[in-house]
Ligand binder design. Structure first.
Ligand code: ARG
Length: 464
């Protein structure tokens, strides 16, 4: 075998089936460039510590810089290597000779190497997620600003509940996504620690400088205990978990969009770019991007579960099971990252329908709560009495002065008419705009309140 790692202890080749089974090459494409940087940092450290002779380090560095500048050659991914680390080492040995290239792996193991590579690449991916979330939150805030006055129905149990504004609705998603942003930021802190120098798990007898490689690779901290350093994958579970929770937010948004673009609801029309049609039904315009987003939530949650389950029973320290955890990480990251971008596009290009929203806003006696509040504030009723009286009127499907009066007499033995309630006051209280404008407690749907919230959220987004 030309795998530089296999030529000593083991003899003979192995069936292709076994080689493929053991290989991490597919997932290693994610970390090939990171591995070159990790090699460079390790080599600079070996050189400065006098662990490697200068002529050897220069030759190996030349070969590494070639890969750093032009990318790794395709040959490092060859089937004959078990993983990208073996492929890159073989390439370095081919370029600079065994006597030089064969000296790079002093004082380290693939165990600390791979853990470092995953962290280096994952940091970049997390930053891309965070940037994507900033853009998505910006798109939501922008649409919210266009729709502070757009009155729409709000739902509980998917039943018309109280009128709100579209601005308020969109801010709800922006706020949820800001917590996903926090969770990913928090995960980043724990990803950003260097395992390099832990070697197989027991560190090394060479006089290495772990701080130096950490600093060269931009890690502010070490994974100090070397046994923990090579075996820890809680950063993977944590990231996959944050991605899964993010997907639960995006999936709810997707569900909303599917619902809203249905003929029953018609609150939104998606841009054609985000829709598909049917091969048989010529009239169809389907919200497929939102559906796929909702569907991919399962894949991300599955990736989280796979990673968690693989890790949970492993004794210290490195076990090869860990190799199989990494693809789940990339799956969680790739799928959730794609969804952030698609969600942004959907929101940016969506056309909302204020007329339809207004039409629905008052349905289902959605302003009954405001009328109850009026009976409390202006006519001195206890809230529960007002609630019962109006509930009784709704049961008869009309809220008129006569019906309310009868219900009040019957339920509480009081006369609303005597207390001064008029038909005009009822009509006014049942107005959707009045109901929305009254709801201006912090975070509420009233247009000025939403405007204020948008300003605050824009600041929060800037700070993130
Ligand atoms: N490719 C492996 C991984 O992804 C790293 C190699 C460690 N192999 C070993 N036999 N200790 O985990």
């Amino acid at each position: 075998s030309s795998d530089p790692v296999r030529r000593g202890r083991l003899t003979g080749g192995r069936p292709a089936e076994v080689a493929a089974f053991l290989s991490s090459m597919d997932a290693d494409r994610w970390i090939a460039d990171a591995d070159v940087r990790v090699d460079i940092a390790h080599l600079l450290m070996l050189d400065r510590q006098g662990i490697i002779e200068r002529d050897a380090s220069q030759a190996v560095m030349a070969a590494l810089l070639e890969m750093y500048e032009n990318g790794v050659p395709d040959t490092v991914f060859d089937d004959e290597y078990e993983d990208v680390h073996a492929g890159i080492e073989a390439t370095l040995i081919a370029a600079s000779g065994m006597d030089k290239g064969g000296r790079l792996h002093m004082g380290r193991s693939r165990n600390d190497e791979v853990a470092t590579c995953i962290r280096v690449r994952l940091r970049e991916e997390l930053l891309t997620h965070l940037e994507g979330l900033i853009t998505l939150r910006g798109a939501l805030l922008e649409q919210a600003a266009n729709h502070t006055e757009t009155v729409m129905p709000g739902f509980t149990h998917l039943q018309h509940a109280q009128p709100t504004t579209l601005g308020h609705y969109l801010l709800a998603y922006e706020q949820a996504l800001s917590r996903d942003f926090e969770r990913l930021t928090d995960a980043y802190i724990r990803v950003n620690r260097s395992p390099l120098g832990a070697a197989a798990f027991a560190s090394t007898g060479y006089p290495i400088d772990r701080e130096m490689t950490a600093e060269l690779l931009g890690f502010p901290d070490l994974m100090l205990n070397t046994m923990d350093a090579v075996s820890a994958r809680d950063f993977v579970i944590e990231t996959a978990s944050a991605c899964t929770i993010l997907m639960s937010t995006l999936s709810r948004l997707a569900e909303e969009i599917v619902l809203w673009s249905s003929a029953f609801v018609r609150f939104v029309t998606l841009d054609d770019a985000y829709c598909s049609t049917s091969s048989i039904m010529p009239q169809k315009k389907n919200p497929d991007t939102a559906e796929i987003m909702r569907g991919k939530t399962g894949a991300v949650a599955g990736a989280f579960t796979a990673a968690f389950t693989a890790v949970k029973g492993l004794p210290m320290s490195y076990n090869r099971d860990l190799q199989d955890v990494t693809p789940s990480l990339w799956r969680a990251v790739a799928e959730s990252g794609a969804c952030i971008g698609i969600a942004t596009g959907i929101i940016e290009t969506a056309t909302f329908h204020p007329d339809r929203m207004r039409e629905e806003a008052g349905r289902g006696f959605s302003t009954a709560t405001e009328l109850a509040d009026v009976l409390v504030r202006e006519y001195g009723l206890p809230f529960r009495a007002a609630h019962n009286i109006i509930g009784r009127a709704v049961r008869s499907e009309t809220i008129t002065l006569a019906v309310l009066e009868a219900a009040a007499q019957d339920l509480s033995g009081i006369s609303l008419v005597e207390r001064g309630l008029t038909a005009e006051r009822i009509t006014e209280a049942l107005d959707v705009d009045v109901s929305v404008r009254m709801r201006r407690a912090p975070g509420g749907p009233a247009p000025e309140t939403v405007q204020k919230a948008i300003a605050m959220r824009n600041v929060a987004r800037e700070e993130d």
